[in-house]
Design a protein around this ligand. Structure first.
Ligand code: HEC
Ligand code: HEC
Length: 487
């Protein structure tokens, strides 16, 4: 059973707010008032630390004492800079040969999100390109249909463009991003500039790319609360799916079914911008192999994302060692990293009950945002993680796929997600981006520089919600943004 978190009275004192009297009439609108528990978005895992950049780096407040040390060990591994093999410390070698970054932390800076390059000359790092091609043979079509493969890799370059390589190896190429400004005029005359990105790849290291190449830019997302998202019962998420839009509200919502290497079966996708991964552990192990070039129990290939057409890369020395299960990162390492990633907690929302925030929350609901950004869920029983079990959580996501229109489309299917669909990202913590990262870049490729820009990119199933925001008088728009900023 959920009990009101003990920290709530403390927060009221801290924020100096009177929580008892929400400013609008809850009888007129069910969502206009303050709701019990919403100031603690992660339920009892929520922490109350404030004021520094490490707001997303705290463990679940209720993490049992005996697992705190594992969390710290996981943290160290998350920050570890991997070195190329052979190195004097075998425990930390095996980088690459091809890679995007040397540590998890390089992309998930302060456990927050990445940023796109500031200029076409700067290398991207925490923004990379996924690669694939459309299926060509009956076998490839069958592999996609069965769910065993989510994409057909680009024949030479694999599933991801690695911009870096260890010494003596060519890197795959350079990703360049340029932007064109598009002006959007809101109903009250305010003009907002959006940036439309263009991605190009140059300095190709292994010959031409397939002419049918499909690409998808991905920015490293923020990480707090993932263990809680993993703990939402599958049936609750599926109950919200409406693939054929049977209720006629213009919003469908489809699950992505993806191959789970751990279960050796198709499973519900929850993680990644297209819900391409079904668990925190699988997503983390995929990051080890593709982003850093480190082999793991589920992804044992020592040469990462090297393909058969990159023989020099396949032949490079690797860090697989007998004392580490013939891997570069053995089970003990991936378990600690998964525990760390799963246990990162959300900060409390001290301003949740302020009148302008509550007014913004009402507008969030009336504009239709909550149709995809589902405010709350209750986690199920997690035998291995009692701290994550049975919590009332406020992630503002349904974890389902939605068509957000042509402007955001990548035209690159992944599993059952088509080229216009994205998974609704959680909005919890989003108001803390500036504090944690020192910058604000939103959406799957970081093109939006503000929350308002992110909203204005919504289209497709979210066209009506976007239109509602465009039509808002300035004061209402500010309230909506205040609400998002309070999350
Ligand atoms: C080169 C940059 C980069 C590195 C290094 C990196 N990540 Fe990521 N991470 C990303 C991107 C981009 C995504 C989104 C992937 C997608 O859409 O499929 C992501 C997604 C994730 C997610 C899912 C988050 C969500 O909300 O769905 C987890 C968990 C994660 N990474 C953990 C890790 C761990 C653990 C490591 C180190 C082993 C790591 N990452 C290294 C860029 C990176
Ligand atoms: C039809 C479903 C849907 C509706 C309705 C919707 N969203 Fe979204 N939202 C999404 C999806 C999917 C994305 C990810 C798109 C992308 O990254 O390209 C997203 C992204 C966002 C982001 C950026 C998140 C991040 O981590 O970068 C914000 C902020 C946001 N939405 C706010 C809103 C607000 C406010 C409304 C109402 C005005 C709204 N959304 C309505 C589905 C929806």
């Amino acid at each position: 059973m959920y009990s009101r978190p003990i920290l709530w009275p403390l927060l009221c004192v801290l924020s100096g707010a009177a929580s008892a009297s929400p400013p609008c009439d809850a009888a007129l609108h069910p969502h206009c008032g303050w709701e019990a528990g919403e100031a603690a978005p992660g339920g009892s895992t929520t922490h109350t630390s404030t004021g520094d950049q490490m707001l997303f780096s705290r463990p679940a407040a209720n993490l049992p004492q005996e697992r705190q040390l594992d969390f710290q060990l996981g943290n160290a591994l998350f920050r570890r800079l991997w070195a190329s093999a052979p190195a004097s410390t075998q425990a930390a070698d095996g980088l690459g040969p091809l890679y995007n970054a040397r540590a998890c932390f390089s992309c998930h800076h302060n456990d927050g999100r990445g940023r796109p390059p500031a200029s076409p000359e700067e290398s991207s790092n925490s923004l990379f390109l996924r690669l694939s091609i459309p299926p060509r043979s009956p076998e490839e079509r069958a592999a996609l249909a069965s769910g065993r493969l989510a994409v057909i890799p680009e024949p030479t370059y694999g599933t991801q463009l690695q911009e870096l390589a260890v010494q003596g190896q060519p890197s795959e190429g350079r990703l360049r991003v340029s932007y064109q400004e598009i002006a959007v005029t809101l109903a009250d005359g305010t003009v907002i500039a959006l940036r439309q990105p263009t991605y190009t790849i140059d300095q190709l290291g292994y010959g031409p790319l397939d002419e049918a190449l499909l690409t998808s830019p991905r920015l490293a997302p923020q990480l707090p609360g993932l263990g809680l998202l993993e703990a939402i019962p599958e049936a609750d998420l599926l109950a919200r799916a409406d693939p054929a839009d049977a209720d006629g509200d213009g919003i469908s919502g489809r699950p992505n079914w993806v191959w789970s290497p751990a279960r050796q079966a198709v499973a519900l996708g929850r993680f990644g911008w297209k819900a391409g991964s079904s668990s925190v552990d699988e997503q983390s192990q995929a990051a080890f192999v593709n982003d850093i070039g480190i082999s793991t129990p589920l992804q044992p290939q020592a040469s990462g994302d090297c393909s058969l057409h990159q023989p020099i890369c396949l032949a490079a020395p690797n860090g697989n060692s007998p004392q580490f299960e013939h891997l570069e990162a053995p089970r003990q390492v991936t378990d600690l990293v998964a525990l760390y990633t799963r246990s990162l907690a959300l900060p409390a929302r001290p301003t949740a009950d302020q009148p302008q925030v509550l007014a913004g929350k009402r507008l969030f609901h009336s504009a239709g945002c909550a149709a995809c950004h589902t405010p709350h869920h209750r986690t199920g029983q997690q035998p291995a993680a009692p701290e994550l079990s049975n919590q009332l959580i406020w992630p503002y996501t349904d974890l389902l796929l939605h068509d957000l229109g042509e402007g955001l489309a990548d035209h690159r299917p992944e599993g059952e997600a088509n080229g216009r669909e994205w998974r609704t990202p959680p909005l919890w913590g989003i108001g803390r981006t500036e504090q944690v990262n020192g910058n604000t870049f939103y959406l799957h490729d970081g093109r939006a520089r503000s929350l308002l820009e992110a909203i204005l990119w919504h289209d497709g199933e979210a066209a009506a919600a976007r239109a509602a925001v465009v039509a808002m008088p300035a004061a209402e728009r500010e309230a909506l943004l205040r609400f998002l900023g309070s999350l």
